[in-house]
Design a protein around this ligand. Structure first.
Ligand code: CP
Ligand code: NVA
Length: 307
């Protein structure tokens, strides 16, 4: 059975810390001009997208190239996926060509089906329910800033929509044991089963209605867009419900001294976060974006064993 990364807690804490150590090494190597490695040995990794992407697509494609492989990039609308070929067939066909499959689509259950049938690792590049590559990278980026302080002692705040990123932060808190205070408006809570599992496993996970309560004393303040991909029709009602959840200077002032601001990007300055916070020294959003490359290289090395 290949190891997949469909949901954040497919990885154990020991896997995660090993990935972080390797990502830090690969980042330093690249900074020293050593880009090229031969881990993939000419093998191909599929990258299939059913939603837009800038960071995920480019960072994975660069990662695959720099690891000595090639990316086969496909828009799902152009493939037989969108014409109803059973996923159980696609998974077995693709496993005959590829050494890994990175996929962004709507339903988490589609990734689970692919993973069930594929004999190659399946990596979740975002679904409506999860965004594990992003949260893995975000935690790596936060840990970089901690300068050796233990992650378990930190309080992370999530402010806004209980979306795919929020669900994945919950799984991360369940797996890694840091405190997580979320503030979501009524009707925009994260997935109830994911929340229940995280709160049962980690008493430091709490859901609030008040952004001020969730942000109080936080070492990292996280947010995301009001309307995720697929939620566009609900834009007006979401803006109304989520406007009081904007991360602005007043909210950041409630966080711990030297707290960081995090966002997976793309951001809508002036909506979920002010430009002032986004462009402030507290903001580590572009480090998060860069680190997608390094962390995903380490992830691919782990999931796709060397020849
Ligand atoms: N953060 C993120 O996944 O960005 P893209 O949608 O540009 O890939
Ligand atoms: N929650 C956002 C994340 C984008 C990277 C979305 O799903 O659109």
């Amino acid at each position: 059975m290949p190891q997949h990364f469909v949901t954040f807690n497919d990885l154990r804490p020991t896997d995660i810390w090993a990935i972080f150590e390797r990502a830090a090494f690969l980042k330093a190597e690249r900074a020293a001009g050593r880009f090229r490695r031969d881990h993939l040995g000419g093998r191909s990794v599929g990258m299939f997208f059913n939603k837009n992407s800038t960071r995920t697509r480019v960072s994975f494609e660069c990662a695959i190239t720099e690891l000595g492989g090639q990316a086969v990039v496909l828009n799902i609308q152009d493939s037989q996926f969108s014409r109803g070929e059973p996923l159980s067939h696609s998974a077995r066909v693709l496993s005959r060509y590829l050494s890994g499959l990175v996929i962004r689509t709507y339903k988490e259950s589609d990734l689970q089906t692919l993973a069930q049938w594929a004999s190659i690792p399946v990596v979740n590049a975002l679904t409506d329910e999860q965004h594990p590559c992003q949260v893995l990278t975000d935690i790596f980026t936060f840990v970089e800033r901690l300068g050796g302080r233990p992650l378990e002692s930190q309080l992370v705040a999530w402010i806004g929509d209980g979306n795919n990123m929020a669900n994945t932060w919950l799984e991360a808190a369940e797996t890694l044991g840091f405190r997580l205070h979320m503030a979501c408006p009524e009707g925009y809570d994260p997935d109830p089963a994911t929340l229940a599992r995280a709160t049962a496993a980690n008493p430091g996970v709490k859901l609030f209605r008040s952004p001020a309560e969730a942000a109080a004393g936080a070492h990292a303040v996280n947010t995301d867009v009001f309307a995720s991909m697929g939620d566009e029709k609900e834009k007006a009602q979401r803006h109304k419900a989520l406007a009081p959840y904007q991360v602005n200077a007043a909210l950041m002032a409630l966080a711990a001294p030297n707290a960081v601001f995090m966002h997976c990007l793309p951001a809508h300055p002036g909506e979920e976060v002010t430009d002032e916070v986004l462009e402030s020294p507290a903001s580590i959003v572009f480090d998060e974006a860069e680190n997608r490359l390094h962390v995903q290289k380490a992830l691919l090395e782990r999931l796709i064993p060397a020849l």
